[in-house]
Ligand binder design. Structure first.
Ligand code: PLP
Length: 450
């Protein structure tokens, strides 16, 4: 009997024993190709010697010292490294332990920014449907992941939501991608006017939507229009790069490819690449200055913020990304994988869309390709695919509720940047078999029939 309170009360997962490169090994010795890096975390694969050495070295020096007494070298160096590469104006970094924690910090900092400037009436956040920002109450409130929020609705802070920029579902016939992007972005202005723009603290979005909807990239121009709207109404722009940042889409920061800089940027998973739990909130100088010249401190803080060992691991991750030219590797393997996916699945009757950027890839599954009808929401197609893949030694990240939190299914892939072409082929073979097995079960149980 296990005393661990596992994710699922009735399911005991196998014991993981070790990891090496893109593979994980369980206690029985079975190998699993980690094609989703867990949940887009393990971007350097497992047991990378440079990272484990950096962690060990830091542990021998100083594992942890509380930030109310000391700063530490790895935190200072990591903050500098991130700011040197970040979009313009992001000059200060606040470190936490995970994505949700960093999102909470961002929501509170955004509110405090307005308070420092005498705009205490700003108390509503705007987010997007089909987005996920974490499982703590603030992050859940601004997120748009319906099934994760449902139980806790009465406890959530005020938040409004607009539709995502989701061309596969919402672009109209004959509408250009750019026109659709503009129309989707203008929903923010409509929402601000409806809410009263002077009441809104911030708009939060994932530059590339991850777990909830499966690697949806925005239409060209969408985020530039979003930036304009935020500026016009004095609303802060928070970009959540917890999943899509740190090289996952081919650039260190995902928003680089949108040509904008947010007021606050959050990054996590790939930052420590799984070697240590760490998250970072990057802040525009003007936001920092408002706090510094106002009350002089951010009314926040956690025991483990800027943890020396976690920062040492993340600093080593930055070094490896640079030394091993991993952003080039992301681009090369992305081309290879997208090509392989297209050859195998583009014409598949149950593959609606293959999308994403870099090594952040989504496959939306449909019962009917022509009219994009999803499989029935009652069918656990995602679970069947996950189980089939796992049994075959492949870890991927299938999910349900792609379209509206209830209907739709997709598979998310986020393999380590170090994956080889041969391992991509193994991924494609195993994924193909898992998909076919899942589709067969779904069709046997009625396909799209309610
Ligand atoms: N934001 C995004 C975009 C995420 O994908 C996640 C987790 O999947 C989070 C925030 C929450 O991060 P964590 O699970 O580390 O709290």
């Amino acid at each position: 009997m296990s005393h661990v309170f596992h994710r699922h009360c009735t399911h005991l997962p196998p014991l993981v024993d070790s990891g090496q490169g893109v593979y994980l090994y369980d206690k029985s010795g079975k190998a699993y190709l980690d094609a989703s890096g867990g949940a887009a975390v393990s971007s350097l694969g497992h047991a990378h010697p440079v990272i484990t050495a950096a962690v060990k070295q830091q542990l021998d020096k100083i594992a942890y010292a509380h930030t109310s007494f000391f700063t530490n070298e790895p935190a200072e160096q990591l903050a500098t490294a991130l700011c040197e590469q970040a979009p313009k104006g992001l000059e200060k970094v606040y470190f936490g332990c995970g994505g949700s924690e960093a999102v909470e910090a961002a929501l509170k900092l955004a509110r405090q920014y307005h308070l420092e400037r005498g705009e205490s009436q700003r108390e509503v956040f705007v987010g997007r449907l089909q987005s996920y920002h974490g499982n703590t109450l603030g992050a859940l409130a601004v997120g748009g992941n319906a099934w994760r929020k449902a139980l806790f609705e009465p406890l959530l802070i005020p938040a409004q939501h607009i539709a995502p920029c989701y061309a596969y579902r919402y672009r109209e016939d004959g509408e250009s991608l750019a026109d659709y992007g503009l129309r989707a972005a203008n929903l923010l202005e409509e929402k601000l006017l409806e809410t009263g723009p002077e009441r809104v603290v911030a708009f939060i979005a994932e530059p590339v939507v991850g777990a909830t909807a499966g690697a949806i990239t925005a239409a060209p121009g969408y985020f530039q229009r979003i930036r304009e709207i935020c500026d016009r109404y004095g609303v802060l722009l928070i970009l959540d790069e917890v999943m899509c940042g740190m090289g996952r889409t081919g650039t260190l920061f995902a928003c680089e490819q949108e040509g904008i800089a947010p007021d606050i940027l959050i990054t996590a998973k790939g930052l420590g690449a799984g070697y240590q739990p760490i998250a970072a909130m990057l802040v525009q100088q003007k936001v920092f200055d408002a706090v510094a010249s106002g009350s002089g401190f951010f009314q926040h803080g956690h025991t483990y913020m800027a943890h020396a060992t976690a920062c040492a691991a993340a600093l080593a991750v930055q070094k490896v990304i640079k030394d091993e030219r991993l952003l080039d590797q992301v681009a090369a393997r992305s081309d290879y994988l997208f090509q392989g996916l297209k050859i195998r699945f583009e014409d598949h009757p149950h593959v609606g869309e293959i999308r994403g950027r870099g090594l952040f890839i989504g496959i939306e599954l449909v019962a009917d390709k022509a009219d994009k009808t999803p499989f029935a929401a009652r069918l656990p197609l995602h679970q069947w695919i996950k189980d089939e893949a796992f049994a075959a030694g492949l870890i991927c990240y299938p999910m349900a509720g792609t379209i509206d939190g209830k209907t739709g299914h997709h598979v998310l892939l986020a393999p380590p940047f170090i994956i080889s072409e041969a391992q991509c082929d193994e991924l494609l073979d195993k994924l193909g078999r898992a998909l076919e097995a899942g589709f067969a079960k779904a069709l046997a149980q009625g396909g799209s029939a309610a």
